[in-house]
Structures are given as C-alpha cells and as structure tokens.
Ligand binder design. Structure first.
Ligand SMILES: Cc1ncc(C[n+]2csc(CCOP(=O)(O)OP(=O)(O)O)c2C)c(N)n1
Ligand SMILES: [Mg+2]
Length: 325
C-alpha cells in the first residue's frame, strides 16, 4: 500500500482548497450575472478528484463527466483559463464555446469532460486500448457518477475493458443521487463496487471523503492496471454539498442527511490530520489558504477582463457542415 507522505497530504489539502474556492468564486459570478447558463459543482467531492489523480503519473490520462471542475484542476488545469471558459471568454480552454462541461487539455492528459452521462467511459476505454497497443505504460482513469452506471455505455465499456484487460481504472463517484433520484431507487445493487464481479474484475468501495483512503485504493488499482492486471472498478462514496446544478434546491434531501455529510467535509478531514500529525500548524495553513484565494481572485479578474469570442470565428472548431443561407 502506497501511503501519502506528509508533503503529499499538505499539497493535496491545498489543491482541494483551490477546487473549493474556485467553485465558490464561480457561484459568486453566477450571482453577479457574470456567468450565465448552468454548472455542476463538485464541492464536497474534492478528495475523490485529488486523491485519485495523485495516485497517477503526470503522463497518465483522465476522462471526466459533467461535474468535472475538480478533476480538471486536480490534473493541473490553469484556473485562469478554466474560469475564462466558464465566463464564455475567448481565452478559455475551449475558446468560450464549451463552458463548464466541455473542457480538455491533451497536454495535461485530460481528455475531456462531457455533458452526456457515461459518454466518456467508452472514450476512456478506447484510450486505454491505445495505451496497451502502443505499449506506453500509461494508465487511464474514467471518472463518472452512480447514475452513469445505469447507462448501456458503462456496461459495454467496462465489459470490453475487462475482456481485453486494459490499463484503466473505472472511478465511480457515488454521491447517492443522480439528479434527484436516490441510488437505492435506481438499482437493486446500490453498492456499485459489487457489480464488478459481473465483469470479472476487482471492485473496491472506499470512503470518498478521505483523501488518504482514496489515494491508497486508487494507487493499488493503478499499479494493477500498469502491470497488465486489467481494470478495477473503484467506488468512492461521497456527497455533493450543492444541488445537482444551479437550479436545484435539493428538496429531495433531508437536513439531517446534509448535516451528516457536512460533518464529513473532505477538507476538514484532511486539515484535522495535518494539524494532529503536526505536519503544519494553523499559523502555517492560513497563509497557504490566502495564497489559494489570491490565485482564484486572479483567475476571476483574468476571466472578467478577457475578450468575448470574435463572432467571425463562430464556425471554427465545428465539425459538422452547416449552411446558414
Ligand atoms: C445520456 C444522458 N441522459 C440524461 C442526462 C441528464 N443528466 C445530466 S446529469 C444526470 C445525472 C448524472 O448522475 P450521476 O452520474 O450520478 O452524476 P452526479 O450528477 O451525481 O455527479 C442526468 C440524468 C444526460 N446529460 N445525458
Ligand atoms: Mg450521482
């Protein structure tokens, strides 16, 4: 088992905080009208993003879903360019065309987030096939939610990944709901990891709010994949602190349930361990937190000050021919 050392835990806490502060700034920008449309916040799920990506090599590959800000920032996204994309600006990762759900940076090994539920799981599986055929030694992680496991694409991709023993980790962030539908009402087998036996691969369930537990579990799965042992289905049990998207008031959840999970905030869990183990003192953490806030403020300023996309470029990057006459 590979444990996070002190420096890794401290850095992971800092990057989880960056994700949290980034999304809080996006929420403010929505409130001020600087951002329109919608976004799906991952606040509460930061440990599964950072813990997973810290178990990878920098050249390993990742695919994401509609709740992907944390995955992308954890993989090294520039907060300025991601913020600009959310603001619909020309300096954004997709030139302002993709928005919250459609960003990618191949140079970082981030193959893309996507709005189609389960849509990237087959893409990740194809990328894993490429790595195997090319002998790159790279591993792919596919992030998706519990709801995505009800899609045919999930079943088909995991089955073929298992049959061909591809170097991939299927990482399900089970946050108990797909929009307003509870997992227990969607599946006779609500424990996603248990379904792994149907594909003949290992399935592991882990506390998704515990950064160290996520890291250890995913590290083992990544090493298995890298050594030719095939895929693992990892279920990170977690909770989103916000609604499904901007318009969701969470009326289907109880106050007790929300309070219970707020007590298990992944940032607080990590921070308590850092303080208990004397990795850093409160007086040392505070300036780090201020630095994170400064990075996010700078990203928001950059986004606000960036130009809108030039209307003359509207057809660029569009792969379908269209006739506007
Ligand atoms: C193919 C498809 N069907 C339905 C939707 C609408 N939709 C968007 S997110 C979502 C729920 C996804 O739930 P889950 O996979 O658990 O991820 P979470 O939102 O909980 O992170 C649905 C049904 C969609 N985007 N794509
Ligand atoms: Mg879900």
């Amino acid at each position: 088992m590979a444990r996070m050392n002190d420096a890794m835990l401290l850095d992971a806490w800092r990057r989880m905080l960056l994700i949290r502060r980034f999304e809080e700034a996006v929420a403010d920008a929505f409130a001020q009208g600087s951002v329109v449309g919608t976004a799906h916040f991952c606040m509460g799920q930061e440990a599964s993003a950072v813990g997973t990506i810290d178990a990878l090599r920098p050249d390993d590959l990742v695919t994401s879903n509609h709740r992907g800000h944390g995955h992308f920032l954890a993989k090294g996204a520039d907060p300025k360019r991601l913020m600009a994309e959310l603001f619909g600006k020309a300096t954004g990762y997709a030139g302002g065309r993709g928005g919250s759900q459609h960003v990618a940076d191949f140079s970082l090994g981030f193959l893309g987030s996507h709005g189609i539920t389960a849509g990237m799981i087959p893409v990740a599986t194809g990328a894993a096939l490429s790595q195997k055929l090319l002998g790159t030694g790279r591993v792919v992680v596919a992030f998706f939610g519990d709801g995505a496991t009800g899609q045919g694409a999930f079943h088909e991709a995991v089955n073929i990944g298992a049959a061909w023993q591809l170097p991939i980790v299927y990482l399900c962030e089970n946050n108990l709901y797909a929009m307003s539908t509870p997992v227990a009402e969607s599946f006779r087998v609500p424990e996603v990891a248990e379904r792994a036996c149907a594909y003949g691969i290992p399935g592991v369930s882990v506390d998704g709010n515990d950064i160290e537990a996520v890291h250890e579990t995913v590290h083992e799965a990544v090493e298995r994949a890298r050594l030719g042992g095939g895929p693992t289905l990892v279920e990170a049990r977690t909770y989103r602190f916000c609604g499904h998207s901007k318009s969701d008031m969470c009326e289907y959840r109880t106050d007790e349930e929300e309070a219970c999970w707020l007590d298990r905030d992944p940032l607080i869990i990590a921070e308590d361990r850092i303080l208990e183990r004397e990795i850093a003192t409160r007086a040392e953490l505070d300036p780090l937190a201020e630095q994170v806030s400064a990075v996010v403020d700078e990203a928001a300023r950059f986004a606000l000050g960036s130009p809108d996309p030039d209307p003359a470029t509207v057809a660029e990057g569009v792969f379908a021919e269209f006739d506007v006459t």
